[in-house]
Design a protein around this ligand. Structure first.
Ligand code: MN
Length: 329
């Protein structure tokens, strides 16, 4: 990160009058709260803002936010005085159909992903930043302002979303913990954020977790775990009671495990496969072979064959990568 890129962004924020603020598809707490906090800050500076998101707002901790976002870029915004700000996206296709709607506008990109094709006219990208909300906090503070209590709550929630409530931070993250402290001083509550993130769930969602955990199977000498959510589960619990983040978190505490695969019934012709890796295996590369995508540590794809067929090929692939015999542990 060069300070020149922050300074250039700050002067653009001063210069433009209208702002279209966009985050990625299937938004999470970092994307949405970055949008909301930046929007709030710009409003305080007397700017006109439009918050836009394609949705869908699936994750339980953010689904109450849907009403705050437009589905489309408003018509008739003057191109010469409008800046489109894209948050938490390493490539333009992460904003879906909105990419077409912002054609012709000057764009600014604020992001923290390590890979991706760089795009945008003005960029403020720091791959060492734990979240985009952290970068929004730096922007507010570099302007000589302090986040309002509401902004502090939003920024804190984005930070804990992308750091797994600080679990993923290593010992070089003093600046992040200090920044979190400033947000708490400005009005954020860790207790409230924790409840928003991990609490407020239905009883059914916990029962479904229990059922899936009781069916977890271990392969490749215990380094691969597979869980299957069947058609019967979906018929009984519905898709709204899914909590895959918690399922991954619980299973990654199993000794020796490196990879977790979650196979779920979606429709008669489609199963979805979620892949997570905690060490060196690149699950993104494997997902790509099956027509999906993602990162080295988190990826997914959909498949139109039986659980059995996809499960067998994945066990074979991962046990080969892990150099382990493929039988059940
Ligand atoms: Mn993020």
């Amino acid at each position: 990160m060069k300070n020149t890129s922050l300074n250039r962004l700050l002067s653009s924020l001063d210069q433009y009058e209208f702002f279209i603020i966009i985050g990625h598809e299937e938004p999470d707490g970092d994307a949405l709260n970055s949008q909301l906090a930046l929007g709030s800050f710009l409003k305080r500076k007397g700017k006109q803002i439009s918050l836009v998101s394609t949705g869908p707002f699936v994750r339980p901790e953010i689904n109450h936010l849907e009403k705050k976002f437009l589905k489309h870029v408003p018509a008739h915004l003057p191109k010469s005085s409008t800046l489109a700000v894209i948050l938490d996206c390493s490539t333009l296709d992460r904003i879906g159909y909105l990419a077409d709607e912002i054609q012709g506008f000057t764009t600014a990109v604020i992001d923290h992903h390590a890979s991706g094709k760089s795009f945008g006219d003005i960029t403020f990208i720091d791959s060492k930043a734990p979240s985009v909300t952290f970068l929004i906090q730096l922007i507010i503070e570099a302007s000589g302002e302090t986040p309002t209590p509401e902004e502090a709550k939003l920024l804190f929630f984005g930070l804990v979303t992308d750091t797994g409530f600080f679990r993923h931070l290593e010992s070089d993250s003093g600046r992040v913990c200090k920044a979190a402290g400033r947000l708490v001083d400005a009005g954020a509550s860790p207790k409230e954020a924790h409840y928003r993130m991990y609490g407020d769930r239905t009883m059914e969602s916990r029962i479904l977790l229990g059922k899936l955990l009781s069916r977890a199977e271990s392969f490749c000498g215990g380094r691969l775990i597979i869980i299957k959510e069947t058609k019967e589960d979906v018929a009984f619990f519905g898709k709204n009671n899914r909590d895959s983040d918690m399922l991954y978190q619980l299973l990654f505490s199993v000794r020796r495990v490196e990879i977790i695969l979650l196979l779920r019934f979606e429709t008669e012709n489609e199963i979805s496969v979620g892949l997570r890796s905690i060490r060196d295996i690149d699950v993104g590369a494997v997902a790509k072979e099956f027509g999906g995508g993602g990162h080295a540590k988190a990826a997914g794809f959909t498949w139109n064959q039986s659980f059995h067929a996809v499960e067998d090929s994945l066990i074979h692939i991962f046990c080969t990568m892990l150099n382990q015999p493929g039988e059940k542990h």
